[in-house]
Design a binder for this molecule. Structure first.
Ligand SMILES: Cc1cc2nc3c(=O)[nH]c(=O)nc-3n(C[C@H](O)[C@H](O)[C@H](O)COP(=O)(O)OP(=O)(O)OC[C@H]3O[C@@H](n4cnc5c(N)ncnc54)[C@H](O)[C@@H]3O)c2cc1C
Length: 305
């Protein structure tokens, strides 16, 4: 296998970076899904570029996975190279500009911003996953969307080139970003314009309260992907599902949460992604019959579906 060389002269040994047949169920919060043909965890720009070169040479499709908290991975796995971003975690701070690599967990990034005397992200406390995943799906909670604070995104295209996009809130909408569904951009670093504060204990408290509410809500009780369906305009998907008496419905190891109609759990740890897909389809059918509303999924379907 080829050995690439960094610009600095330091060698990148692809044999050390690449793993074959990597089980992905531990890389998603619902703990289902098959194997990646190839997987790698780059920790910097050069490693990412070397991996993209390898995929290009071998004609392999590339899939990006962050924390896997919004992704349902096929039981048949993922073809080609899966790049798992969770080792891309460095950050630097310049005044009110908080710049973070896209594999850092959102929750950890919020802690680091508060430690640096910056506020703004704390309402997103407790959302699992990475900065990159949160930007792709424009994650939001407590009336804040991540795009409200975003200033720039550095992303790499499959040819290994790095680009900077100055972002504007109006390019983002409910669970949608300019990067949603894009198969050829890898978010590398994001810059947030945050608000300097001396009241860091209040900010920390707001973050911990946001997380505590989720815990009390039962969101972390069983493996899940959070909300499965997008809220149709002016409606709550969870309420529509609850009105159909679907809470608690099971297909083998997959169950609609007893507490929240829009959450499907792997309640006994034995669900397959296929079980979850079948439950999703059942919900769609019943909600369409009862309410004449076509629910759309918020989660991403990744791999050989
Ligand atoms: C208990 C629970 C509660 C949740 N609550 C909320 C909530 O309140 N609000 C909310 O918005 N979401 C919520 N979610 C959903 C999920 O946590 C978010 O969508 C999260 O931001 C996804 O990040 P991730 O890194 O896990 O993304 P992944 O699932 O890994 O990826 C999601 C998509 O983004 C792409 N992607 C990820 N990283 C990159 C990258 N660096 N470059 C290019 N593409 C990338 C993937 O290819 C995939 O298409 C919740 C989930 C759970 C399990």
């Amino acid at each position: 296998m080829a050995i690439n060389v960094r610009n600095s002269g330091e060698k990148i040994n692809l044999e050390e970076l690449l793993e074959q047949g990597v089980s992905l169920s531990e890389h998603t919060t619902i703990h289902t899904g098959g194997k990646a043909d190839w997987a790698a965890y780059p920790s910097d720009f050069e490693e990412l570029r070397a991996l993209l070169d390898f995929a290009k040479e071998q004609k392999l499709p590339v899939t990006i996975l962050g924390g896997g908290s919004n992704s349902l991975i096929s039981d048949e796995g993922i073809a080609g190279l899966t790049i798992i971003t969770t080792h891309l975690t460095r950050l630097h701070i310049s005044g009110e500009l908080f710049c973070v690599r896209c594999g850092l967990s959102l929750d950890r990034a919020i802690d680091r911003s508060i430690e640096a005397g910056l506020s703004g992200l704390e309402n997103l406390g407790g959302i699992p996953g990475t900065i990159g995943g949160a930007i792709c799906g424009n994650s939001g909670a407590n009336k804040v969307q991540i795009s409200d604070l975003l200033y720039y995104v550095d992303y790499m295209t499959l040819d290994g080139k790095l680009h900077r996009m100055q972002t504007h809130a109006d390019e983002f909408s409910y669970r949608h970003s300019p990067f949603s569904g894009s198969a050829d951009t890898i978010l590398y670093e994001a810059g947030f314009r945050l608000i300097p504060t001396t009241q860091t204990s209040d900010v920390r408290l707001r973050k911990e309260e946001a997380k505590k509410r989720r815990k009390e809500d039962g969101q972390y009780d069983n493996p899940s992907l959070g909300c499965v369906f997008r809220n149709p305009a002016g409606m709550s998907a969870g309420k529509l599902i609850e009105d159909c008496d679907l809470k608690g419905t099971r297909i083998e190891g997959a169950a609609i949460s007893n507490r929240h109609g829009n959450i499907i759990t792997n309640f006994n740890g034995k669900a397959t992604s296929q079980n979850i897909l079948e439950l999703i389809n059942q919900v769609k059918t019943v909600v369409k019959q009862k309410h004449d509303v076509s629910l759309e999924t918020e989660i991403q379907f990744i791999g050989r579906w």
